[in-house]
Ligand binder design. Structure first.
Ligand code: FES
Length: 145
């Protein structure tokens, strides 16, 4: 089968979908490869991500990876959430077809963007080199000029 059972499960029953009106941080990112977008909301208390929600105009793989990503960061300290990689999310889902790996990047970027938004709102110092200088996204994969 092209997709693992876990991918199909998270695609059919995505966890933590929806909006959060009282979010402490909101991240919105776009996928340069396909144009799909993702919005991630986080609630933070004492440096712990106590709640997380996402909404996406993305494909099935984007939905499944975001769903898994939200489960992986919920209840975790912010610093741990920042270390979440798309690779770890894909592994937790028992893999994705190679041509869909780029979809999983959206989830990782959205988590980082939401945390960045939380830091910015609360004047919390962070390592700016982790993020793009030009605010186009939060991937940290471009040079900071
Ligand atoms: Fe756009 Fe998957 S094709 S996120």
């Amino acid at each position: 089968m092209l997709y693992s059972e876990k991918v199909m499960d998270h695609f059919r029953n995505p966890r933590n979908v929806g909006e959060m009106i009282d979010a402490d941080g909101i991240g919105e990112v776009g996928n340069a490869k396909c144009g799909d977008i993702m919005r991630m909301y986080i609630k933070v208390k004492n440096d712990i991500i106590t709640d997380v929600k996402f909404m996406t105009f993305g494909c099935g793989s984007a939905i499944a990876t975001s769903s898994m990503a939200t489960e992986m960061i919920k209840g975790k300290p912010i610093n741990e959430a920042l270390q979440l990689t798309n690779k770890a999310v894909v592994e937790a889902l028992d893999g994705l077809p190679t041509h869909k790996i780029h979809c999983s990047v959206l989830a990782e970027e959205a988590v980082k963007a939401a945390v960045k938004n939380y830091f910015d709102k609360n004047n919390i110092e962070y390592d700016k080199s982790l993020y793009c200088a030009n605010d186009c996204c939060a991937c940290g994969n471009h040079d900071n000029e």
